[in-house]
Design a protein around this ligand. Sequence first.
Ligand code: WQD
Length: 342
Amino acid sequence: MKILVTGGTGFIGSHTAVELQEQGFDVVIVDNLSNSTIEVLDNITKITGKRPVFEQFDLCDQSLTADFFRRHNDLAGIIHFAAYKAVGESVEKPLMYYRNNLQSLMNILEGMLANNINNLVFSSSCTVYGQPDELPVREESPIKEAFSPYGNTKQISEEIIRDTLKANPQLQAIALRYFNPIGAHPSALIGELPLGVPNNLMPFITQTAIGKRPVLRVFGNDYNTPDGTAIRDYIHVVDLAQAHVVALNRMIEKKMKKNYEIFNLGTGNGLTVLEVIHSFEKVSGVKLNYVFVDRRPGDVEKVWADTTFANQELGWKAQRSVDEMTLSAWRWELRLAGKLND
Ligand code: WQD
């Protein structure tokens, strides 16, 4: 069966393409390479022995997208990752984020309707919860005002999907709300490859440790947490990728209880920034150079997932430890620097 993975040369998309191929699916990747490189295709192929079909174009282009779906009207499903995702950049350039993230989704939904493609897995984010009133956060927890235009595009996207499915009940969709994906494939052939200065914690840690960055700035150590640093639910990217295949199979095998389901994808375990740093230092043997600075505007203090629904309904549970996450991230950074002795 053929699956479209949009944004499939990106961090989570590439890991999901690997898992799909290893479970026997044929993968078609569409990516405009605005935030990734074509070499990722070679590395996916090295891992699985199968090269995904690849087409480079912008999913915001309505005619190119419609043409793509006409040529691939035998798709068994779509996993939609392609979107801009830098929180800070979205505050500076909101219109770019609304146009890109919403237009591409609408073009995909139109392509599905026009070609009787009925299964969509959508890449959403825990950012839709903002700072939850109660923790751990459940799928029914209130959606609060988004902290950024990026987060708002995820909220609006979920609503666009909801309304489209109401009008077209033959469609099925599963939205997966990620918490904090980190780490890399154990082969160290694919991983998180932020272009420019990383926004996210894990690549900043590994780039500081390898010497690309002089120091890691820890944003705030005055939070109401055990060590004063903020808490997040970090999840291994391979655990996350595997959840996408489980969700896809749930739709293909018609096991859904209703045509739109939403799942939190986390470990259910919150970790502070310092706990992640200490894990990294332990597994890498590198003493990290970091300093405490002011809180980052827009950051929530603490968020972690209630994963009961995903564990029970999807039959999926994150398996990998924080040490496996930080070690795999380090091996990937070593590979990038040509220093991995595998
Ligand atoms: C994690 C913690 C920072 C960098 C964002 C998006 C979310 C998802 C994941 C896309 C926070 C601290 C970070 C640094 C630091 N993205 N930190 N120094 O902000 O929880 O989530 O990325 O889907 O939607 O909101 O992730 O990795 O940026 O930060 O101290 O140099 O690490 O303050 O507490 P975040 P993050």
